[in-house]
Write a protein that binds this ligand. Sequence first.
Ligand code: DC
Length: 224
Amino acid sequence: MIIAIDGPSGAGKSTVAKAVAKKLGFSCLDTGAMYRAVAWQAQQNGVPLDDNEALGEVARTYDIEFGHNEGDPVPKRVFIGGVEVTDAIRTTEIDKAVSPVSAAPAVREALVDQQRRIGNAGDYVVEGRDIGTVVFPNAEVKVFLTASDEERAHRRVRQNVDRGVGSLDYEEVLADLRRRDAYDSSRATSPLRPAEDAIHIDSTTHYIEDVIEQICSLAKAARQ
Ligand code: DC
């Protein structure tokens, strides 16, 4: 079974996806981390961020892997080409570079292929922007998770404090997520938009525990 969770950055997708996966015994795939890893590798290699072909080559050449801590089905670590980039992909620099990288059709083609291969291997909660529309249009459960801009920016700052990477400046974070939303929603390839059959959930007005419960109930209903 695939549970697709799409939505803008900071809506709570990662928190919700991990908790749902744990409760249901599913694996979990963070597709944003894959775009971030390719952006990191492209920067290491000095690839211009507007060179579709060269970016696609990076996405096709370097293996992206996720590492699990012992006994935990939810991956916590990210590797590209064998190098751990768990923290390196969460910097302000990568926040900026990932938009043009994720808009490159050659990158999307390569990563969507990998995402389908991973997801088809078992029961997965997959989070991203185009999971319910493009990657898994037949997903049994599709959720479009949103929250107000301000709430999302507050959450992102708190997350950056916890992780010890990324900006702690609320205004900067708010401006950056609005910029990324605009970019993600207006790009030609796989723009951020809800699938027609997605359930919309606004996490500003719902406790995160209730959102998690709701998605687990949808999954159980879809199983029957
Ligand atoms: O979820 P995130 O903020 O880590 O995602 C990083 C970037 O990758 C974001 O700018 C949107 C893009 N992305 C995408 O285009 N498609 C996906 N399925 C996942 C993320």
